[in-house]
Design a protein around this ligand. Structure first.
Ligand SMILES: *Cc1c(COP(=O)(O)O)cnc(C)c1O
Length: 962
């Protein structure tokens, strides 16, 4: 019996998530010339792939019920004090940062800062990040940012290989010190093998420099078990042998220790997690990579640089030459796209808030407490070694004693690390206290009465380091790190930056392929629940039962949604999902004796990460043509499949295509590949058009990644975090990524692709809540409305612009492409001019020039209400009229409202105004803009200037202008 209506929960979510009301939907269907949503989807999605049954998912539930259920799950996570270390530390997130960045949609709903004029806030924050990691590591050039410490080390290894090659040397070995974190070694092993790199690992004394086969070596400083030593001699030896030195390091320790740059390291990597970012059971956290100026061509990831705007003012933007390595396609050595922007912003702000003195005090306190603990342990008769350390100790004791200590630690809800030889490790952190030292000493003493006074320990220690280990150079002397130490000043700084950035709190961000949908508050709330935020990724499994239950449910839901047998939640972004999926395909072929299968077919329309990922797994990329409708050219596909039938490994296919079309022949495409011995990798970035309507697994894909930060509501955070889980068919399930520290995976597993077993576990609750709130019917309706919204906009705009591709029935999928190329000739207007002009109307541009140069790709998503779609269409139509004014000669081809866009408040209020259009046309082109104006912070940015004068750090103290 269905419940009577009045008993239905009043907080059901689909009507909150889906923008258009049922009345709007009716009106929009009429505009699109469609009788119903079902009918629209029936004619849009090819008949032979339609699911035609409801997804086997729970029904929708109200927000209160879902959060209540999640609380029950969260309560099964036990928040112990984790002193395990290994790159993950408890830290204190300043409230002003937690509430105003991490929990603030003005920051977390921003898009990647490609449109720099409306992204100056986060770009400044990222320059702060680059300056911070560059200063602390003593290496001037930094990126912002990488996905975790393990993959950052892997990126550094790829750099070493590339640098050796650029010097004309083929060096295919890489040494990893046995002092590195075990998960870093494991990620390096995964990444090395397909590149043909041999990893050597052992004590530093075992390095064989004389053979000149090492492209690089990786040291951990301080070591994973806590030791701090002088490695400058080793660095000199390496350099004499032509080997580069990578140092994995700890930012907090570097406030007291000589920096890697100062002892000659070529590259430094690490995680900025302990700068105010919760552990989150492994992530997300921003990793960093810094290097010398001379390697700027090889650095992976995004680098923010300084340039000038049209008015001559300083302005930040992503520097082109190094930006987005994956755009170099199969020549790329990295596939990083989505990074960890929000977390990099948090870490940078932590440094801004504490400043150099505050950071040093935190480090001194942690170090001093560690020395006290060591002294106490020595007095209790334990062997902690005579060595120097920062915050981590390794305690050797007989096994029976160790077992007792572990039992007592467990009783006091404290996690320690156990080394392979049975010794105990413990890492103190910002949250440690004198009281905690007492507790720890009691564990080791086995009694509550210590034979000494704790405070006596403080008197008998000597903090600091001898030369040459002590840090003597200054750091973070820039104004920005020395200004905002009162909370009021900090609050206002954060809000000042936020005010420069357009986010989903202002207007729709119709980014094709990026699915900028609602990131609902109910989805975000659990992220900072302590039960999710404060778990260490290597905490014992008895303490992480809540997470385990959440993973199991989410995996089963995603498996049902995609039609696959198994899911891995480990990859930290779509690009990493591609990597993991291709590695699984590779392992499958190898497992079946087909070592020679290494050709990857990729349509020319593919996203740049596809060929970059294929190159990273050692595949040879062969491009497949697209026809005039934007579909994969079947004749070319078949010809290539036949030509390479003995080497064919995989096809990478985006579906619906990056042209926004459900290709009717997709089943046939998969068949062709299977017939010739290959497997099909589906890039699931466009899954928002499939959920509930069709499934990659049914279509014929063998593996598919999802972007949880696109389809499943994790916010983009200004360019990360993201999660890129993969779904695989049964025959690939054994190969899903494993993890050596927790024993995840099977014997056939490819190694880990992320440092943590479940990647960015801390934000998985977002997608869990989304699916639970929407239920099977809500999810399907979301897809249908996403398709309707796109078709409605396409209908409204087709009278003014030409739509580049439509499906066999004249419909688009969930996104569509406007062709602006004809305007170049008629008016001199280019896609970028329209993108910049949209800022004057208060909108973020759609995707510019991908997948086709000179076009805009629009994806509205289901979350945008009809009123917002109309506002955007009205702006595009008004801009079309402005283009016509130029074409008809009413406005000049150069000095016009499009070429001069965006218009800042400074420009339109200047005393001089000598432009052939009014100030009102410039800044308030429609009444709705006047009612709600978003001012771009700077004028059009000169891209070339910034690339010619690459500056990636904050201005020094005296030249700073607020
Ligand atoms: C976003 C996207 C990717 C890459 O995903 P990231 O999470 O940014 O690494 C790959 N392919 C397509 C089509 C995409 O839109």
């Amino acid at each position: 019996m269905p419940q009577p209506d009045f008993l239905q929960p009043t907080d059901l979510f689909p009507p909150r998530h889906i923008g258009p009301s049922d009345d709007d939907i009716r009106d929009m269907l009429a505009v699109a010339g469609m009788p119903s949503l079902d009918y629209l989807c029936d004619v849009t999605v090819p008949q032979n792939i339609q699911l035609r049954r409801p997804l086997d998912l729970p029904p929708q539930q109200g927000e209160q019920a879902v959060l209540g259920e999640l609380k029950r799950i969260a309560a099964q996570n036990l928040v112990y004090r984790s002193l395990i270390g290994m790159g993950y530390y408890h830290c204190i997130t300043p409230g002003v940062i937690q509430r105003n960045i991490l929990e603030n949609p003005g920051w977390y709903t921003q898009y990647t800062p490609y449109q720099a004029e409306i992204a100056q806030g986060r770009l400044e924050a990222l320059v702060n990040f680059q300056t911070m990691v560059g200063d602390l590591t003593g290496l001037p050039l930094a990126n912002a940012s990488l996905l975790d410490e393990g993959t950052a080390a892997a990126e550094a290894m790829a750099m070493c290989l590339a640098i050796a090659r650029s010097r004309g040397e083929e060096r295919k070995e890489f040494f990893v010190s046995q002092d590195c974190h075990p998960q870093t070694l494991a990620v390096l092993q995964t990444r090395a093998e397909p590149l043909g790199i041999t990893i050597r690992s052992g004590p530093n004394t075992s390095i064989k420099f004389s053979e000149k086969t090492l492209c690089g070596l990786l040291l951990q400083y301080p070591t994973s078990d806590g030791y701090v030593g002088d490695v400058s001699g080793l660095v000199t030896q390496a350099h004499e042998a032509g080997t580069l030195v990578v140092v994995a390091t700890d930012l907090l320790a570097l406030t007291l220790l000589r920096s890697p740059g100062e002892f000659g390291a070529d590259i430094a990597v690490g995680s900025s997690q302990r700068f105010g970012v919760p552990m989150g059971f492994g992530g997300p956290h921003a990793a960093f990579l810094t290097t010398k100026e001379e390697f700027k061509r090889q650095i992976p990831g995004r680098i923010v640089g300084v340039s000038k705007d049209a008015a001559g003012n300083t302005a930040y933007r992503l520097s082109l030459q190094t930006r987005e390595q994956h755009i170099r396609r199969e020549k790329a050595t990295s596939n990083i796209c989505t990074a960890q922007v929000l977390l990099a912003v948090m870490a940078a702000m932590y440094a801004v808030y504490h400043g150099p003195d505050g950071l040093r005090r935190i480090a001194q306190r942690v170090h001093g407490l560690t020395l006290m603990l060591a002294e106490g342990l020595r007095r209790l008769g334990f062997d902690v070694g005579p060595e120097l350390f920062f915050d981590t100790l390794r305690v050797r004791a007989p096994k029976n004693q160790v077992d007792l200590i572990r039992v007592r630690a467990n009783e006091r809800r404290i996690n320690l690390r156990t080394h392979e030889d049975g010794s105990l490790g413990l890492s103190l952190d910002e949250a440690s206290t004198v009281h905690e030292i007492g507790t720890l000493l009691e564990l080791f003493a086995g009694q509550n009465r210590l034979p000494f006074q704790i405070m006596d320990l403080a008197d008998s220690i000597k903090p600091g380091y001898p030369n040459p280990l002590a840090r003597t150079s200054t750091y973070l002397t820039h104004a920005i790190f020395n200004r905002y130490h009162s909370e009021h000043e900090m609050l206002r700084y954060l809000h000042r930056l936020q005010g420069k950035d357009l986010s989903l709190t202002h207007s729709m961000i119709p980014l094709g392929s990026c699915t900028m949908k609602l990131n609902a508050t109910a989805e975000m709330l659990p992220v900072t629940w302590p039960e999710f935020a404060h778990l260490h990724p290597f905490a014992p499994s008895e303490q992480t039962q809540g997470y385990q239950e959440l993973f199991r449910q989410l995996e089963s839901w995603l498996a049902e949604i995609t039609g696959f047998a198994a899911i891995s939640l480990q990859p930290n972004a779509g690009s990493q999902g591609e990597y993991a999926g291709l590695m699984a395909i590779r392992a499958y072929h190898h497992g079946h004796g087909a070592l020679h299968r290494d050709v990857c077919l990729i349509p020319v329309s593919a996203h740049g990460t596809n060929p970059a990922s294929a190159a990273m797994v050692g595949m040879t990329v062969v491009a497949v043509a697209c026809d005039k409708q934007g579909n994969v050219d079947l004749t070319d596909l078949e010809a290539k499949a036949v030509q390479y039938r003995d080497q064919l490994s995989a096809l990478m296919l985006t579906y619906p295509s990056t042209h926004g079309v459900f290709e009717a022949d997709v089943r046939r495409i998969c068949q062709i590949i299977h017939t010739h011995g290959g497997l099909v990798y589906m890039d699931g970035a466009n899954m928002n058009a499939q959920v509930g309507l069709c499934r990659p697994g049914d279509i014929g894909a063998d593996v598919c990644h999802l972007n949880l930060h696109k389809t499943f509501c994790i916010p983009h955070g200004g360019g990360g975090p993201g999660i890129g889980p993969i779904g695989v068919a049964r025959h690939l399930a054994p190969y899903l990524p494993g993890h050596p520290v927790t024993g995840l995976g099977t014997r056939e597993s490819i190694g880990p692709v992320s440092a943590a077993p479940y990647g960015s576990a801390g934000i998985l609750p977002i997608s869990w809540v989304y699916i639970a709130l929407m239920g099977r019917d809500g999810l399907k309706k979301a897809t249908e409305v996403a398709i309707l919204n796109a078709n409605y906009m396409a209908k409204r705009l087709e009278k003014h612009y030409s739509i580049l591709y439509t499906g066999a029935t004249g419909h688009v999928a969930h996104e569509f492409i406007l062709d602006l190329r004809p305007f170049k000739e008629t008016s001199g207007v280019e896609a970028m001019d329209v993108a910049k002009r949209l800022m004057d109307y208060g909108f973020h541009a759609p995707t510019v020039s991908f997948p086709v140069a000179g076009t805009l790709m629009i994806e509205p998503t289901e979350s945008e209400a009809k009123a917002e779609l109309d506002r955007f269409c009205d702006a595009m139509i008004a801009i079309r009229a402005e283009i016509q004014d130029i074409a008809d000669g009413r406005q000049p081809r150069t000095n016009n409202v499009l070429k001069n866009a965006p218009h800042t408040a400074a420009a339109v209020t200047a005393t001089d105004w000598n432009r052939p259009y009014t100030r009102e046309q410039a800044a308030f082109p429609t009444p709705s803009v006047r009612a709600n104006k978003f001012w771009p912070a700077v004028s059009r940015i000169d891209e070339a200037y910034g690339d010619r004068h690459l500056i990636c750090t904050c201005p020094p103290m005296d030249s700073y202008q607020p």
